[in-house]
Design a protein around this ligand. Structure first.
Ligand code: HEM
Length: 546
């Protein structure tokens, strides 16, 4: 081998090159098949390294877009792995270093052109929407998402979007605020009341993971409201089997993104293979049980309950009279559950953390709540919550600005394109955007962009009924936490109302204290953005209220 390499290295002219080839062939005739295969593999590897000296294999060079130089064949993989503990820091550091548009490559996904400016995001999410796809050509999320709304395009996506939007009516919201959301908030409160007096077996004060409790609540709520399932996550006997399987798989999908050989490694590492299989089985079991129950329901049973999301899909008919298959319904079920559970609960966890750090903001929220719902009243209505509580909404939206549950996302370019700033996009490129980064940009949000400052969402004019002013909505591409354009989050209003009912009920009745020595929360690199390790608090009843 070394003889071949040294001859090739010195082949400065065609004659010497020919001699080198002859030398190689003569040498090869003396070698075993194994050594020849090894030599060929080394040549291929060296050739590939020369072709892709600073980027992931298969990607085209892009000297015209700023970005850190990558390694041969693996691109920026090792660099991103160094940010494993907080992947969002990678995006922020790149933003500071290169500006709003930069690029990096990964062997599993190819080239990403990251655009962190509202104008460019608007172009991709809305103006040239048809050129960008959400489907997942890597297959990393297929075992969970299948062909559901998050990862489908074209007719498949339109069907799901249109069918699901039938559900989200003002009539439903009125009903949810007065019943389902309120009932779930009460159940959560019942658990808090138990935790208040609890002592651990070794006699210590009881600190619990508030983020996990909120996730249980949003899962139970969404199960009841959308798919007619009682997950019983909040009940202590429930076990939260579905939620844990979901958490594991969402984390797994994220890890697959930085492992070019994820199929092989998951297959080789038996405990991972087993846990993936069991988790997917759990998710499927819940989904198929719900679907079978729904298909077997009698007309009387159906009449005695409110029409839910699953009904709209089970009842759907194509032009030829056929309906959706069980597999399609399973994808609907799982996609909506991930949308409905993690996002809202994580945003609430981040918000309660900020309230513990900003008692002045919490006091103002309580002031608003106590005026609108005096004496601890829980006569919540859709009109009052959406009209008369600008400060509570402002605090929730300020949390979504700084800690958006979907903090980084992207689309695949179907064809070549040129962005409004002149950046070229090649077919197959990932165009990435980060509401987390945009939410922190000072030219977008002002010099105090990094500050938790809910007042930025309020405006004062003569028409505002509340002393806090009026809630001031923002452009969807500047405040991109709910996405924008035709794929804007379908559940924005649902999530906002659910969160507000929960916040109001909790602040009317409880107070949290952060566990002493709790580390400053760090966002976890998952499909959504939970607090890494959870949020451990103690809860107290609010005795000085009403
Ligand atoms: C605070 C809570 C929420 C936030 C911040 C949020 C944010 C988002 C974002 C950023 C997307 C786009 C994802 C992407 O394309 O990468 C999205 C899509 C979606 N969201 Fe939400 N979401 C929230 C709650 C909900 C809830 C509660 C539901 C259901 C009731 C929901 C239903 C959906 C659906 C169906 C889509 C897919 C829309 C499409 O592709 O057409 N979301 N959401």
């Amino acid at each position: 081998m070394s003889a071949i390499l040294s001859t090739l290295a010195h082949s400065s002219s065609w004659i010497t090159f020919r001699k080198a080839i002859e030398h190689c062939l003569a040498y090869a005739r003396t070698q075993s098949r194994f050594e020849l295969t090894l030599a060929a593999a080394c040549f291929l590897l060296i050739g590939a390294m020369l072709k892709y000296p600073d980027r992931a294999i298969g990607t085209r060079a892009r000297k015209d877009v700023p970005g850190d130089r990558g390694w041969p064949l693996v691109g920026n993989l090792f660099q991103i792995l160094r940010y494993r503990d907080n992947a969002l820091d990678f995006f922020m550091d790149q933003l500071k270093k290169h500006g709003k548009v930069y690029t990096f490559t990964l062997p599993s996904v190819g080239r990403t052109i990251q655009i962190n400016s509202p104008e460019l995001v608007e172009y991709v999410q809305k103006t040239n929407f048809d050129n960008y796809s959400k489907s997942d050509p890597t297959g990393m999320s297929t075992d969970v998402f299948g062909h559901g709304i998050f990862v489908s395009d074209g007719a498949e996506w339109r069907l799901q979007r249109k069918t699901a939007s039938n559900l989200f009516s003002t009539r439903l919201f009125r009903d949810l605020v007065q019943h389902a959301f309120k009932e779930c908030a009460h159940e959560l409160g019942d658990n808090f009341a138990k935790y208040e007096s609890r002592i651990t077996p070794d006699g210590q004060l009881y600190y619990f993971d508030l983020q996990q409790e909120l996730a249980k609540m949003t899962l139970d709520a969404f199960g009841r409201i959308a798919v007619g399932i009682e997950f019983n996550a909040m009940s202590e006997e429930g076990g939260n089997e579905f939620g844990l399987a979901f958490d594991y798989m969402t984390r797994r999908i994220e890890l697959r993104g930085v492992d070019p050989f994820w199929r092989l490694s998951e297959w080789l590492i038996f405990p991972v293979r087993r846990r993936v299989r069991r988790s997917v089985e759990t998710l499927n079991r819940y989904a198929y049980t719900a679907i079978t129950n729904r298909r077997n329901e009698t007309p009387e049973q159906k009449e005695n309950r409110r029409k839910d999301l699953l009904d709209y899909f089970v009842d759907y008919e194509y032009e030829d009279g056929s309906g959706l298959t069980d597999e399609q319904l399973r994808d609907v079920f799982l996609n909506f559950l991930i949308a409905g559970r993690d996002t809202t609960s994580q945003a609430l966890a981040w918000m309660f953390y900020h309230l513990m750090k900003h008692p002045d903001i919490e006091a103002k929220m309580r002031e608003e709540i106590d005026v609108v719902f005096p004496n601890g009243s829980d006569e919540y209505t859709y009109d009052i919550i959406s009209r008369d509580m600008p400060y509570v909404k402002a605090v929730f939206y300020e949390t979504l600005r700084l800690f958006p549950p979907v903090s980084v996302s992207g689309v695949f370019a179907l064809g070549p394109d040129v962005l409004p700033n002149g950046t070229r996009i090649d077919a197959g490129d990932v165009v990435g955007f980060s509401s987390y980064c945009i939410g922190r940009e000072t030219d977008v949000w002002g010099p105090n962009a990094a500050e938790f400052y809910p007042d930025r969402w309020l405006q004062h004019d003569n028409h505002s009924k509340s002393p806090f002013g009026k809630f001031k909505p923002e452009n969807a591409f500047k405040f991109n936490s709910f996405n924008g354009g035709p794929r804007i989050c379908l559940g924005q209003q649902f999530a906002t109302l659910e969160a507000m009912v929960t916040i109001i009920y909790i602040l009317q009745n409880f107070q949290f204290e952060l566990k002493p020595g709790h580390p400053t929360p760090v966002p976890m690199a998952a499909l959504t953005t939970p607090i890494q390790g959870g949020l451990f608090v103690r809860v107290f009843k609010r005795y000085n209220n009403h």
